[in-house]
Design a protein. Structure first.
Length: 524
């Protein structure tokens, strides 16, 4: 499959096929209405995982990025007609697990009626921080070509600053015009210096990019600030604590700066980049090779970011009869005493010039929050059909008006808590295909297979993939979907890699189906 790069914003708009109007809502609210799908910040594909599988390898579980996996899928949502800058859409699925027990799963997705193509584009000051270490072993020619392509996609009123870091940090360019000799010479200077060894001052590199917005003429720049960090993810000198590095990034985002991350290098360490990417403030992607890096940099130049909201907070609270189990879909979700919570310092919406969609089956937009609802016998007494299953409250500050906004929604379950449908098919709150839950099951099966393999259990690693073939075939028999077909093709490719590795290790390749698998699925 060809590589499809999706942007990674706190809220990311895909404009293909959406409608937007400024028709008044409730007789007085001129908030636009339409259907622009949005996803939360974080990885927007599983390029690293996919490339390893295609090379015949069995990746480690950490390389299967859940946010990126979900974001590769296209999901249709209702119109964003809630009258707010952000609309929240809760869904519920109830199904039997593989062992016959109950599987109840909440899913919360978001969209917006704000159309970034209709917003005026401000001038942009882009600070690029480039790591030069043995870990960031990128092809210099590809990096140079990519930065030049990025600059070529910017506008004359934009400005570019350039920072390099490894052992020490140096700013070679401040506020250069995109096509200037100054920028070309500064880039050549960065690339002429041999990469440092294992010394990477990641915190200092980000801090230097921040000061580029404050020094000299930059302090009076009337426009937007953006940081683009090109890094291997390693932090070995200076301040190396991930929390401090993330805190620096969050402070910049809270102050209004967009923040993108491009991962590079064969020894890419995902931990810190993924946390920075989850801030919801810019692109987050991994460059598989030099050509890929050049492409990503050019796309970065074509992308404009607009602030949509600040201080975004979403809380999901289970109703009587339920308690929160596992949480999937966003790195910033956390369990609380009352349920699950997602907090973002700021949310941006993006517009890419010259492209309204990522094309092919990987259109994106499948991101959201999954929360498992476990049966709580102590509080379920007397609860019957059509009772509340969970409540979603979200609040934020509109970036356009600085006014407080919020939504409060309740989702009902047509079945009593803990009760399964009559047959082996999902009971869905929206009566649709249940695609979000199928893609969750595909992720859970891939993850379980990798976990079993890493634990040395080849039989169950193969068995969980085989176990998924019945529900996948049944679902695809009802609904034609290229995303799920592609997931299954990837899963079968991984199965072959696992089988080969197990045979080489002289381990058993006779599958055992682990019926305590965490998913809930459908059968014909």
């Amino acid at each position: 499959m060809s590589r499809k790069h999706l942007l990674s914003f706190g809220l990311l708009a895909f404009l293909a096929g959406c409608s937007t109007s400024t028709e008044a809502i409730d007789g007085g609210d001129n908030t636009p209405r339409g259907s622009v799908g949005v996803v939360q910040g974080g990885a927007q594909d599983i390029a690293l995982f996919r490339s390893l599988v295609e090379e015949g390898k069995v990746p480690t579980p950490e390389t299967l990025e859940p946010v990126g996996f979900f974001a590769e899928h296209a999901i249709d949502l209702p119109d964003a007609d809630c009258g707010k800058d952000i609309c929240i859409h809760p869904f519920l699925a109830v199904a039997p697990r593989f062992d016959g027990s109950n599987w109840t799963m909440a899913f919360v997705a978001m969209n917006t009626a704000v159309d970034p193509s209709e917003l005026p584009r401000p001038p942009v000051h882009l600070a690029i921080a480039v790591e030069r270490s043995q870990f960031a072993n990128v092809n210099a020619a590809s990096l140079e070509a990519g930065v030049q392509a990025l600059a070529g996609a910017l506008r004359p009123e934009d400005r570019v600053s350039l920072v390099s870091f490894g052992y020490g940090v140096k700013r070679t360019v401040l506020m250069a015009e995109p096509g200037s000799t100054e920028l070309a010479d500064g880039l050549a200077e960065v690339l002429s210096v041999a990469p440092a060894g294992e010394e990477v001052g990641l915190f200092d590199g980000i801090a230097s990019a921040a000061t580029a917005f404050e020094d000299g003429d930059a302090a009076g720049f009337a426009g937007e600030h953006r940081v683009l960090l090109i890094t291997s993810g390693h932090a070995t000198t200076g301040i190396t604590d991930p929390e401090h590095i993330l805190g620096l990034g969050e402070a910049m985002v809270a102050d209004g700066s967009a923040f993108g991350v491009l991962g590079v290098g064969s020894e890419f360490d995902v931990k810190i980049p993924s946390e920075l990417g989850s801030m919801g403030a810019g692109t987050y992607a991994y460059a598989m090779n030099g050509q890929d890096l050049s492409y990503l940099l050019e796309e970065e130049g074509k992308t404009t970011l607009f602030p949509l909201a600040t201080k975004f907070n979403l809380e999901l609270s289970p109703s009587a009869g339920y308690k929160v189990g596992r949480i999937y879909g966003t790195r910033r979700a956390r369990a609380t005493n009352d349920g699950a919570e997602v907090a973002m310092p700021a949310l941006f919406i993006g517009q890419r010039e010259g492209s309204a969609d990522v094309g092919g089956s990987r259109r994106g937009g499948g991101g959201g929050l999954f929360v498992e609802l476990l049966f709580d016998e102590e509080s379920a007494s007397g609860i019957g059909n059509d009772a509340p299953a969970f409540q979603v409250k979200a609040d934020w500050t509109s970036a356009a008006t600085e006014a407080a906004q919020g939504l409060d929604l309740t989702m009902l379950n047509s079945l009593p808590p803990g009760e399964n449908p009559d047959d082996m098919w999902w009971q869905l709150s929206d009566g649709g295909s249940g695609k979000p839950y199928m893609m969750l099951n595909m992720y859970l099966a891939l993850k379980a297979s990798l976990d079993f393999f890493q634990a040395g259990d080849c039989a169950r690693s193969l068995g969980v993939i085989d176990m998924m073939q019945t529900p996948v075939s049944a679902w695809l028999g009802e609904f034609s979907d290229l995303d799920i077909e592609d997931d299954n093709n990837l899963m079968m490719m991984l199965r072959q890699n696992i089988k080969n590795a197990c045979e080489d290790a002289q381990s058993s390749t006779v599958p055992i189906e682990p019926t305590n698998f965490n998913g809930g699925c459908c059968y014909s």
